[in-house]
Design a protein around this ligand. Structure first.
Ligand SMILES: Cc1cc2nc3c(=O)[nH]c(=O)nc-3n(C[C@H](O)[C@H](O)[C@H](O)COP(=O)(O)O)c2cc1C
Length: 169
């Protein structure tokens, strides 16, 4: 008989602390609603999934106000924030309706998705491929149809240990 380890209910705080010990970059995932209004949220669960074809994934809270529009529009952009993006990260993580009033954006690529040009050192345009369940989040898989890269001198914004930092120059 195979002995299974006892499954303990892990405290959410402990899990958060564990994950915050794994620093990441910071992105803003953007899309458009049916009226063409930009929507977006701060996201650190970005992960490369496949090289051929180029696929990435982001994990999105089921309660996200952006998720429905992303699903309906079928495309999204991943804006990688740089050093100047700390306040942008806060704006896009705080419940407020007019985030784009405070942050300039420009349409990018054939999908005309919101590109936070002044604060993102790179942006990827993605076509929605799959959405998988994942607890209180969903796993959104996007096919990367285009990227705009900076000049390589950007200092990416980082998040870990419950604070922001920047990549050392
Ligand atoms: C550094 C940072 C990273 C975050 N990463 C994610 C993430 O990967 N997925 C997610 O669903 N929410 C993430 N959030 C929380 C959302 O940004 C936040 O809940 C936001 O208000 C959601 O906006 P929406 O409901 O308008 O989509 C993150 C917040 C911060 C500050």
């Amino acid at each position: 008989m195979k002995i299974q380890p006892a499954v303990q209910e892990l405290d959410g705080g402990e899990f958060r602390t564990f994950m915050s010990s794994f620093p990441t970059g910071v992105a803003v995932v953007t899309t458009l609603d049916a009226a063409g209004k930009p929507l977006g949220f701060t996201c650190s669960s970005l992960c490369s999934l496949s090289l051929a074809p180029p696929l990435l994934l982001v994990c999105v809270n089921r309660a996200s106000g952006t998720l429905g529009a992303l699903r309906a529009h079928g495309a999204f952009a991943v804006n990688l924030l740089g050093e100047s993006g700390r306040q942008v990260a806060e704006i896009f993580a705080t419940p407020r309706s007019e985030r784009f009033d405070a942050v300039p954006w420009h349409p990018t690529g054939p999908w005309s998705l919101p590109w936070l040009r002044e604060h993102a050192h790179a942006v990827a345009e993605c076509e929605l491929r799959e959405i998988h369940p994942g607890g209180d989040h969903v796993i959104v898989v996007g096919a990367v149809t285009g990227v705009r890269l900076g000049d390589g001198r950007a200092t990416p914004l980082l998040r870990g240990l419950s604070r922001y930092s920047v990549w050392p120059g």
